[in-house]
Design a protein around this ligand. Sequence first.
Ligand code: SF4
Length: 247
Amino acid sequence: MNNCLEHTHQIFFEISNMCNKHCVKCPRNFSERKNNNRFGMLSTEVFCKTIDELKEHNYIGDIGFSLYNEPIMDPRLFSLIKYTKDTLDNNCRTHIVSNGHYIDQQMLDELTLIGVDILWISAYTQKEIDRCNALKSNISEFRVLNRLTEPQRNIYNSYTREIISCSEPCYAPLNLLSIDYNGNVLLCCLDYESRHIFGNIYDESLIDIIQKDEVQELYKQLTQGERHLDMCLRCGTHIHIPKYYIK
Ligand code: SF4
């Protein structure tokens, strides 16, 4: 078995396209997604098949349940977390990013019990920040992200802004796999309109997708600071490998 996941440390599944909020910095508000009123969900079967595949290949890293969705709205969330934990054991950390709307003390306790390892709450009002900070958490990494004062990060304008000359290495395409609710494996988590698709986990295995020559070559180029895709040429972001996952 080759070490096909050696560069992969985080995998984010957008388990559905549901969200209950319209946060100002979220691309749901200014992208094609805004016009998409159709409800979509990543199939449970395909999600579980992919987790099984990761087990087969001894994946070590994070599993996330969102890209541009609110994962707590999905009634399957607890069973998907349980399946992930039961299958990948201690080799994975489950990671929830939420707008916090549904997170009260009871929900937080339930998420802790089911085995959530990382919970980030994006809070946009002082009241919400205070409320979430007052919660008692035993989750190993619990963070309330203050989106109120955080400086605007121009990370979501990679489709639209002028070409810039950033030559920072970027590890995103293999380091942080981003899978949208239709099963598309994307260039990176900034590809909110799913423009650059490497393959689809309904049709192919995730491992086959990331081993494609075009994906490997693109990764190699980006890690050397070579940006050729239009979206990368307009991007000032560079996603690096988190230190705790350097193998
Ligand atoms: S350079 Fe920017 S757009 Fe390209 S893969 Fe990296 S984060 Fe994504």
